[in-house]
Design a protein around this ligand. Structure first.
Ligand code: PMP
Length: 395
């Protein structure tokens, strides 16, 4: 019995909970790396919050305001618990942001300048999403204006395995290495970047900031096991509303993360939805979600590899291949050797197949040509993958 057969009933039960999916049977949403669809539980929670208890947080003398304050504080702990923090709030903290971009910028522009000293070195990824590259360069410029010079090294990326090159990384580390930024799951190549090997390569003392935009909600993310110092994610890619996300900070290596001075009104309805989304994901089971998405991605990569004109980017492993090197999660990016990616995108859209076609916001060491990205989530079905393959075969 294959993984997809084994999880079929479970998947059907979950898929039925997405009104936008069940309401559009002729469409296949294959762009969840950009943003996820929302289960009914999240939509209803937000509606209930806005129709029964909407108020601002932190300043109230009345029930709705107090309940909103409690909601915001409770959801901080909920995020920490979702990320496997064994002792939420002992040292650690959770800060709400609009998405991973804002979260990574807050670490770069608020925390990093307080942590770094003249002559320090940082190691950051340039083959990853620009949201995890540009802010670190911005921090370097900011510090330079204050007379603090830091060196920025590229986190070595191995184009053969599509993982970071952990040996080259270990060789880059010096007594002045003060910070490393990395990505959990690559947003173009779909590989799980083996974060535990980064910690092994850099040693126990260096703070690591993890861009978990493509892993939270897709697989278990456990801060205790990963031993990272920041986890930054987009709630809107994890079943919550647009404009939601969070930064979890361990706060034991370097100064405490407390950005922003005086904070204004939080995104209260978004936070209500985020709490519901994390409850929903925990009930669905992050490990089962991972198995489903990985199996769908394997079906797609295996199918594409039988179609001569297509080239799959990134790690070539499917479920059958050696996953000790690189595990592909639910993202598959490819090109047609003769048809441009945007043309391919229009053809696929005319069949109701919603994919992403462009350069995918990769930072400066990225692909020079655009490609088609298919990103899967638990509401996607094997039939949708098969329809995509049959349309691609017909071209
Ligand atoms: N990092 C990665 C790996 C991403 O895939 C994305 C979104 N495509 C981001 C950061 C930015 O996330 P957001 O758009 O929510 O700010």
């Amino acid at each position: 019995m294959t993984t997809l057969d084994e999880l079929r009933d479970w998947h059907r039960g979950l898929r039925a909970q997405f009104p936008i999916i069940t309401g559009n049977p002729e469409q296949a949403y294959l762009d969840s790396a950009a943003t996820s669809q929302k289960p009914r539980a999240v939509l209803e929670t937000v509606q209930r919050y806005l129709t029964t208890g909407n108020a601002n947080a932190g300043r109230g003398t009345y029930t709705w305001a107090n309940a909103t304050t409690a909601l915001v504080e409770r959801t901080r702990t909920r995020v920490a618990r979702f990320l496997g923090d064994p002792a939420p709030q002992q040292h650690s903290g959770v800060h709400f942001v609009s998405g991973a971009t804002e979260g990574l910028r807050a670490v770069a522009l608020d925390w990093l300048p307080r942590h770094l000293r003249d002559g320090d070195e940082i190691i950051v990824p340039f083959a990853d999403h620009q949201a995890n590259a540009l802010p670190w360069l911005e921090a370097q410029r900011l510090l330079a204006r204050q007379g603090v010079r830091i060196t920025v090294h590229e986190l070595p990326y191995d184009p053969a395995s599509h993982d970071y090159d952990h040996h080259a990384l270990a060789e880059l580390v010096t007594g002045r290495t003060a910070f490393v930024a990395a990505t959990h799951v690559h947003h173009v190549y779909g590989g799980d970047m083996n974060v535990h090997r980064i910690r092994a390569a850099v040693g126990p003392g260096v703070p690591i900031c993890l861009d978990a935009a493509q892993s939270v909600g897709h697989l278990p993310v456990d801060v205790a096991a990963l031993d990272v110092d920041f986890v930054v994610f987009s709630g809107h890619k994890a079943m919550a509303l647009p404009g939601t996300g969070a930064v979890w900070a361990r706060n034991t290596r370097g100064p405490a993360f407390a950005p922003g001075g005086w904070s204004g009104t939080p995104n209260t309805s978004g936070i209500a939805g985020l709490e519901a989304a994390l409850d929903w994901l925990d009930a669905a089971g992050p490990e089962r979600i991972r198995r489903w998405n990985t199996a769908l991605a394997a079906r797609l990569t295996d199918g594409l590899r039988t179609l001569e004109p297509y080239e799959v980017l990134g790690c070539q492993s499917s479920l059958a291949a050696d996953s000790a090197v690189q595990q592909r999660e639910g993202i598959v990016t490819f090109r047609h050797r003769g048809i441009g990616s945007n043309d391919l995108g229009f053809v696929l859209a005319s069949h109701g197949l919603m994919v992403r076609c462009d350069g995918h916001c990769q930072a400066r060491a990225g692909e020079s040509e655009s490609s088609v990205r298919v990103s899967l989530h638990v509401y996607n079905s094997p039939e949708e993958v098969d329809l995509l393959l049959s349309v691609l075969r017909s071209l």
